[in-house]
Design a protein around this ligand. Structure first.
Ligand code: UDP
Length: 415
């Protein structure tokens, strides 16, 4: 049988194996014409939007119609969810009162109103905040659910609360094996490896000359070293420790600068503003601390320039589902100074293509090594790039994604 190839996927020929591309075409064939509707809570900002933006066009090109709808959560639902996230990610105890639960489900019902007439062959619901949709709207069948946060060490009460909604899903998908809910039967879970699109504007090659101009335009002095963390201003991203590490490094290198790059655009991220204000206060009048939040300024090429041309990239998350920012920096030849948070340690091999350390002092000493030993930095950066090429490019994600869709079609057909 001849395989009909698609231009989007063929760009990857040479970058990934021919066997992987053939596997993707094989998986896609029986899914042709199957309409998949994705529902999440944000069109901009954060990893979920980033992955849907690259995954859906390729899936469509393979003849599988896809739509993507965004549900706007009200303030109550967003606050309730932020608390539940802290419990599930952070393992923190908390109280989920019956009244809060009722109000949350009411909020979800009204948020879904604009979408209730939309029908598809498969429904793909993202994130814990939308987990109840399958139960609230029984027409959504068959449905899949994608948990994107770090649930390696959840608070048991929160896990129990969210689990009650999962019977509605034929398949629950997770971005690392560590976050899979242990009580779910293996037949109803899958891991979907995430991947980046190296051909997108966000990750396209950028010359150093262009990069330097973009960094200077963001207030950075390109003649002095820069350490950077690219991440939303979120509690679990631990931006405070980035400042601590910067201060430790500055004791030996007074010329060092630091940038926290986190566009304030995810409409469901209600706590970022408060965290930014706190960091601004801690930064005081230090001109070498750059807190960058304006989405108009933080265009794809600017973020690309920070990831590519910072001297050292940090990812200090204390919890991380996957951490696409780690993948992105590694692809751009950066050995990331990360932590043992789930998604970060999943991606970095300590001492080979990056470093893992949880406390500020150790992280500062790895940062100093990378700043001072540029040949080591270069070699580890090459290894980081290779690791992403082998494990975390868009075709790997597409393969796992299509396999998940196919599994659900087969489960339903055999039921
Ligand atoms: N990002 C961005 N601009 C910023 C900060 C982050 O475009 O100022 C992007 C980043 O490049 C990545 C995504 O947002 O693609 C963050 O995904 P990640 O999985 O690291 O974290 P999440 O926000 O989903 O927890």
């Amino acid at each position: 049988m001849t395989t009909v190839t698609t231009p989007g996927l063929e760009r990857f020929r040479g970058l990934v194996s021919d066997a992987l591309l053939s596997e993707i075409y094989d998986l896609a064939r029986p899914l042709r014409g199957v309409h998949v509707l994705h529902i999440n809570t944000t069109a901009q900002g954060g990893g979920v939007a980033a992955l849907l933006r690259v995954l859906l066009p390729l899936a469509r090109e393979l003849g599988i119609p896809h739509t993507w709808r965004v549900v706007q959560l009200d303030e109550f639902a967003a606050t309730f969810m932020a608390r539940l996230t802290d419990m599930l990610q952070g393992g923190e105890p908390g109280l989920i009162t019956p009244q809060d639960q009722r109000q949350f489900l009411d909020s979800l019902r009204s948020a879904m109103q604009p979408l209730v007439d939309e029908r598809a062959d498969l429904y793909y619901v993202h994130d814990i905040q939308l987990a109840p949709l399958g139960q609230l709207f029984p027409y959504m069948r068959p449905a899949l659910w994608f948990n994107h946060i770090d649930t390696a060490r959840p608070d048991p009460a929160a896990l129990q609360y969210i689990s009650q909604f999962l019977d509605a899903y034929a398949l629950c998908t997770f971005n690392t094996p560590f976050s899979v809910f242990p009580q779910l039967p293996a037949g109803r879970t899958a891991v979907i490896t995430l991947g980046i699109d190296p051909f997108s504007e966000r990750h396209a090659p950028l010359s150093e000359t262009e990069g330097v101009v973009l960094l200077a335009g963001s207030g950075i002095d390109p003649t002095r070293p820069l350490i950077t963390q690219v991440s939303r201003f979120g509690r679990w991203k631990n931006p405070w420790q980035v400042l601590e590490i910067y201060r430790l490094v500055k004791q030996r290198h007074p010329e060092v600068q630091v940038a926290l790059v986190g566009a304030l655009e995810a409409s469901d991220d209600i706590r970022a503003q408060a965290i930014l204000a706190d960091l601004q206060q801690r930064a005081g009048d230090d001109p070498d601390i750059h807190l960058l939040w304006d989405p108009a300024q933080l265009t794809a090429p600017v973020v690309n320039a920070f990831q590519r041309f910072s001297q050292v990239i940090l990812q200090r998350s204390s919890r991380e589902g996957f951490g696409l920012t780690v993948t992105e920096a590694m692809w751009k030849y950066q050995p990331v100074v990360g932590t043992s948070a789930t998604g970060v340690r999943y991606q970095i091999t300590h001492g080979y293509d990056g470093f893992l350390a949880d406390d500020a002092e150790s992280a500062a000493s790895y940062t100093l090594r990378l700043l001072e030993e540029r040949e080591l930095w270069r070699q580890m950066g090459e290894a980081a790039h290779r690791s992403v090429q082998e494990r975390f490019l868009l075709p790997m994600m597409l393969r796992d994604y299509l396999a998940a869709l196919l599994r659900v079609r087969q489960l339903v057909a055999s039921a």
